[in-house]
Design a protein around this ligand. Structure first.
Ligand SMILES: [Zn+2]
Length: 167
């Protein structure tokens, strides 16, 4: 919540704007609209295995997840994806395809979650920022995951693999 106005420093007050409970500045009348954040994650697949990292930060420290993170305000989501994979896994990836997006409400935040299928183009995966270790996992041996959103992407991947092996 925005407690102080970022324009004039006055204490904000609640205001109903277009049916939304927002904060507004009583002095300069600035309204603090609330927008979702954008998160990208990468599904990097190789020979029927997926690349995951064990998180070294909360939430979900010690559990596993796909590489990714928040998109900077002026950054293309695909550029954010490449940057996050470089930081967390020390690899270069190429985004291939946007998978079905998810809309998530976590605590008091709205998140638009963009999962990309991506291809490893350079580097050996190794633990980078905020990651304890990295590993390749088969669909039958996925480790404990930190987030339902990642689980959903991986479940879809597992189904996809099953369909591909039948075809
Ligand atoms: Zn103000």
């Amino acid at each position: 919540m925005i407690t102080y106005c970022s324009s004039c420093g006055s204490k904000t007050e609640p205001r109903l704007v277009a049916k939304q409970d927002l904060r507004a500045c009583p002095k300069c009348d600035r309204i603090f609209f609330r927008n979702p954040k954008v998160v990208v994650i990468a599904l990097i697949e190789d020979a029927g295995r997926v690349l995951l990292g064990r998180r070294d930060i909360e939430p979900g420290r010690g559990l596993w997840g796909l590489p990714g993170g928040y998109v900077d305000w002026d950054e293309h989501p695909e550029a954010a994806l490449v940057r996050e994979c470089r930081e967390e896994m020390q690899v270069e990836v190429e985004p291939l395809e946007l998978l079905p997006l998810q809309h998530i409400i976590v605590d008091d935040e709205g998140i638009v979650f963009l999962p990309y299928r991506a291809r490893l183009v350079a580097g050996q995966p190794a633990a980078g920022d905020e990651v304890q270790e990295v590993g390749w996992f088969k669909p039958t041996g996925l480790p404990p995951l930190a987030f339902p959103s990642h689980r959903q992407v991986l479940q879809r991947w597992v189904q996809d693999l099953a369909t591909r092996s039948v075809a």
